[in-house]
Design a protein around this ligand. Structure first.
Ligand code: PEP
Length: 247
């Protein structure tokens, strides 16, 4: 069985290098031995190389929360993909709902996915509807976001990409949705990938679920929800909770 992938999105929860280091150490320490899952930590950009340069363990990989489309050069304030890679990133999140809320469109997300692949970073492509409706229009929203965000990949590159299904209404919510809701979206996304890109790779694609995941609901969301793993926000800044999810 493929190892579950658990991505920790620390967002902007961490306020100092000391706090970040303590959280990383505690997370590493509490992760179960002989992991049946892979853990990727996405710290805030300012902490990134501090953490990767001191981390001596092997259980955690690192990803950035976003990358800029700007190449190396005169681009003030940007986080370039090349520097992210050189600082130890293996993954990058792309198109997170909180980035899309600032105006990032799927066209830009598609270009970032291309750039990530060209820089040998695994893109974690975030998609998800803002709201649910009785007429199931949300399925068309998911399909459009998915296809547009992957507009610049070759079908064979599906295996180098992670999709994170994160319904915006579930991010930061007090409770996660029913596992059936997750399963419907995961199956639907795989079906679209199979139809539009590559049948075999689409059905085998890594599709994470994100939104109010914690140690309590993780098992059910994974088994019943048929997710390949999780993208975790708040709960990832509580090492015990995060270790519980991984377990
Ligand atoms: C997220 O923002 O990616 C997320 C899943 O947040 P939370 O776990 O806090 O709902």
């Amino acid at each position: 069985m493929k190892k579950a992938l658990v991505v920790a999105n620390w967002k902007s929860y961490v306020g100092s290098p000391k706090e970040g280091l303590a959280l990383l150490k505690e997370t590493d320490k509490t992760l179960p031995r002989g992991l049946s899952s892979k853990g990727v930590v996405c710290p805030p950009a300012l902490l990134f190389s501090h953490l990767t340069s001191v981390y001596r363990g092997s259980r955690i990989s690192f990803g950035t929360q976003d990358i800029s489309l700007a190449p190396l050069g005169a681009h003030t304030g940007e986080t370039t993909a090349a520097l992210a890679r050189a600082c130890g990133a293996t993954h990058t999140m792309v198109g997170h709902a909180e980035r899309r809320a600032t105006g990032e469109a799927s066209l830009a997300v598609a270009a970032k996915v291309r750039l990530a692949l060209d820089t040998r970073l695994t893109p974690i492509v975030c998609i998800g509807e803002t709201e649910r409706d009785h007429g199931a229009q949300y399925l068309s929203v998911i399909e459009l976001m998915l296809v547009d965000s992957l507009a610049k990949i070759e079908p064979g590159e599906l295996k180098k990409i992670v999709i994170a299904y994160e319904p915006v209404w579930a991010i930061g919510a007090p409770t996660a949705p029913d596992a059936r809701v997750v399963r419907e979206a995961v199956v639907y996304i795989k079906k679209i990938l199979a139809q539009r890109f590559d049948k075999e790779l689409g059905l085998k694609a890594t599709v994470l679920y994100g939104g109010a995941v914690d140690a309590e609901n993780a098992r059910n969301l994974l088994v019943e929800g048929q997710a390949s793993g999780f993208l975790v926000g708040r709960a990832s800044t509580d090492p015990k909770n995060f270790a519980g999810i991984i377990r």
